[in-house]
Design a protein around this ligand. Sequence first.
Ligand code: SD4
Length: 291
Amino acid sequence: EAGFPMVIATWHVKNATAKAMEVLQTGGTSLDAVEQGCMVEEADIKNSSVGKGGLPDRDGNVTLDACIMDKHGNCGSVVYLKEITHAVSVARKVMEDTPHVMLAGEGAKQFALSNGFKTENLLTESSKKAWEEWKVESEYKPIINIENHDTIGMLAIDKNGDIAGACTTSGLAYKMQGRIGDSPIIGSGLFIDNEIGGCVATGLGEEVVKTVGSFLVVELMRQGKSPQQACEEAISRIVSKPNSNYKDFQVGYIAVNKKGETGSYSIHQWFSMTKFQNGKNEQIQADFYNK
Ligand code: SD4
C-alpha cells in the first residue's frame, strides 16, 4: 500500500498528479513535483477555484493565494496576488530568492513581474457570467464542494524519501475584497515536517486557520497517530466546538507520513483525494464526519 515516489492531492485532479508523478519518475524532487502538479490546475480555466478561471471576489477581482514548503522546512507564500496565473511558482521564488516567507498584493505582483512572470486577465467569460448572476442576489454563503474540483493542495515524496507540499487557490468565491484564506498560511493550509509527514487543507479557510489545521495534523502524526487518525482528529476539533455551525461548511484534510501511508477526511460527503502510488493514479472518496 505505502511506498514512494508517490503523490496525493485534494479533489479530483488526475492530470495534476500524473504530471507530478512524471516529474518524480524522471528524477525530479518532491518540490519540483508539487509545483508542476499544481501548475496544471492553475492553467486549467475549467477549474473555477484555482488560478486562471477562478471565481472573483464580490467586486470582480480574481485574487490568488498559494504557498509551498520544502524538505528543509523552508517556505514561501503569496497572498492577494492578481493577474499572475502561476501563483505557486511565485511562492517558490519568494522561498528561494527572498529573505521573506510571504509577499502580498502589489508587492507580490511586482516581484513576479521582475522575475519574468507575465500578467494575464484571470477573469474568464464564464467566471464573469457566474459573478454577474451572483450579484443579482449578492447572498454570501460558503459553497460546499464546488464541482468536486477545488483548491488544489498537493503532497509528494520523491525517490529519496523527501517530502514537499504546495497549495494554490483563488479562495472562496465572492469573498470580501482583501480576504485571505488558509491556503497561503503555513501551518494552516499546508505544513511539511520532513521527519514526519505533511498535510494540506481545503474548504472554508477561516475554520482551518482557527485550528491551525495542517500543523495540527502533522503534529498528531508526530505523536504516533496514523495519517487517517490525525485527519479525523483535526476535523473533530472543528466540529466539536460549542456552537459549531459545521453543517453549513466543508473542510477536508489529506495527509501523508514518511512511509507514504495516507489519510483523508472531511466534514461532509464528496470530498476526495487523488493518489498516484505504486503505478496507480486513482480518485479515492474520503470518509466524512456528518453521516
Ligand atoms: C480558502 N481553503 O480560500 C480555500 C478555499 C478552498 O475548496 O479550499 N476551497 O478558504
